[in-house]
Design a protein around this ligand. Structure first.
Ligand code: G3H
Ligand code: ZN
Length: 295
């Protein structure tokens, strides 16, 4: 079975990116897994601190492990946006494949100091775990926002990126390159798109020798995604788009069957609704099926 490190290396060689989708229930997990399995591409599922608290840290790990083993399929698990060493250690002990250690809200010197310590501590629990560090400002909350925050002062420079990676020893870097967590209402309606600073991504890639993650993927222009992946993005995070599809699918299913009370009869259309979004993003990140099947 391939490791996540192998999968990221192959993605870099093939010029594709690994899709990362956040989950907080079994509907989302099934939808993402079904989409990846149908397209035969590796996939990462992520759970932030809130998502983990809802599902249970060890319970999510057990579910993902059981899918990986039963179907011999490269599905990996990431502890997304983890803000303390204690929570990161909990995830590492539960068997997560990767951890986003996110102290990007702290002054950069403090972020460097604590991330460096966390890399050592987490690798002592599992030497093959991958640690992602974050710098810059991409806002918070995979939700629908009323207005866009001004993130222009928090963009990552190539020099900051190089220094951060060298000083901390992180395996993966998440920079701020015009991306933003969550979606504006206009994006949910499909009337506006996020745009990325492709030149900045390329310059950061030249400055660091590690894989790059693009957070805040929901609502991003398709062509910007393609160019960002060509410029060096290896993982793309999508959350809000799945949450919107989950809610719409649930509302539609309940409206169609107002008297139904059986969860396994109400929820399949919700899985379909989420699967459609995850599948279309996975096709885009993996070269619209033009690249040889990865799995
Ligand atoms: O870590 C999660 C993501 O960065 C998701 O961002 O909700 O804008 O897709 P998004
Ligand atoms: Zn994120």
């Amino acid at each position: 079975m391939q490791t996540l490190r192998d999968v990221l290396q192959q993605a870099q060689q093939r010029g594709v990116a690994v899709g990362h989708f956040n989950i907080s229930d079994l509907v989302l997990l099934k939808a993402v897994f079904d989409a990846a399995q149908e397209l035969r591409v590796p996939v990462l599922v992520g759970a932030s601190e809130g998502e983990r608290a809802f599902m249970g840290v060890r319970q999510i790990a057990a579910l993902v492990k059981s899918l990986r083993e039963e179907f011999n399929f490269p599905i990996f698990l990431n502890a997304d946006h983890t803000h303390s060493l204690a929570k990161a250690e909990e995830a590492a002990k539960a068997g997560f494949d990767a951890i986003v250690f996110d102290l990007s809200a702290l002054p950069v010197e403090e972020n460097v100091r604590q991330t460096k310590e966390a890399v050592v501590a987490l690798k002592s629990i599992n030497p093959s775990i991958l640690i992602e560090g974050e710098i810059g400002d991409i806002g918070t909350g995979s939700e629908i926002h009323e207005s866009a925050p001004d993130l222009s002062k928090g963009l990552t420079t190539p020099e900051e990126a190089r220094q951060f990676v060298e000083a901390t020893g992180v395996d993966i870097l998440a920079p701020a390159v015009g991306n933003m967590h969550g979606m504006l209402r206009s994006m949910v309606r499909g009337e506006a798109k996020k745009h990325l600073d492709i030149e900045r991504i390329a310059a950061i890639k030249r400055a660091v020798g590690v894989p790059l993650t693009l957070h805040g993927g929901s609502g991003t222009d398709d062509d910007d995604f393609r160019r960002a992946i060509q410029a060096g993005i290896n993982i793309v995070h999508i959350n809000t788009e799945l949450r919107v599809a989950w809610r719409r699918g649930l509302e539609g299913s309940l409206a169609k069957k107002p008297d139904e009370v059986v969860p396994y009869k109400i929820l399949p259309p919700v899985i379909e609704s989420v699967k459609e979004v995850a599948g279309s993003r996975l096709r885009l990140f993996n070269g619209n099926g033009l690249i040889a099947r990865a799995v």
